[in-house]
Design a protein around this ligand. Sequence first.
Ligand code: NAD
Length: 283
Amino acid sequence: MDTAFQAADPAPSPLPRRRLLEGQQALVTGANSGIGKAVAVALGEAGADVVVNYVAGPEAAEAVAEEIRSHGVQAMAVQADVSREEDVEAMYEHIFATFGTIDILVANAGLQRDAAFERMTLAAWNTVLGVNLTGQFLCCRAAIREFKQRGIRREISRAAGKIICMSSVHDRIPWAGHVNYAASKGGVAMLMQSLAQEVAPHRIRVNAVSPGAIRTPINTDAWETPEAYAALMRLIPYKRIGEPDDIANAVVWLASDESDYVTGTTLYVDGGMTLYPGFEAGG
Ligand code: NAD
């Protein structure tokens, strides 16, 4: 019997979550959609209070905050464009005034502006680098300042702070037609590792999650039709698309003390997309 999966499977049902993050405060950027939303809800389910950052769509952000509160923790939606220094600073001031501090940053906000290289405008380049890379720099910098001046809160975590950078398999896999995006995620890899090295002596952990193809609005074209889904499966040895919850599970673990000795690492959550599936049948 051939047990290989080929067709579209239903999304796996969610796993129960333990309260690994009780008493901690988390900020998730770009949390009113897709992966960020799943991560924000999962952190709440794991016991953390959560700040739901969004740039547009306050109703969606408030709905995510409401869902998080149903898990018996605090949540609030805060508007800020992560590529703008004054927005990021104002967001953190608001968080400190309301929640007091933060323990976990998930730098998730990201976007694509795709074009053939010769038609790529400087605006498309700058927008992608501005949100995906500079946005992570600004959000990480503000978090690091807080973690360093506050130090460890031993009653809630072994670390003084945890940062999870949302990267992509395209921090490793070149991506024609998406040069700005791949460059931004390649930049995130070195931002994450260099920062991890710099702050490790302060017991601050910095890691990245690199999703493969996840079912969210950013890549609807890749999974919406049966033809597109079938083509996508040629790139995924595990033969199913990723769900936002697959990423949320990895983020909760990286934010918890269960990964206390893990820093400077990228966790690829990609169903094997980075395993050179073109060589699946022997090359
Ligand atoms: P999405 O479009 O559903 O979510 C992106 C979020 O970022 C949205 O909430 C959007 O409003 C927000 N955002 C965009 N610009 C912003 C800004 N200037 N300030 C604040 N927020 C901003 O897409 P997604 O798939 O959930 O993407 C989340 C992250 O995961 C991104 O960093 C993306 O690059 C990464 N990723 C996604 C996939 C995938 O297959 N979906 C794969 C690899 C990496």
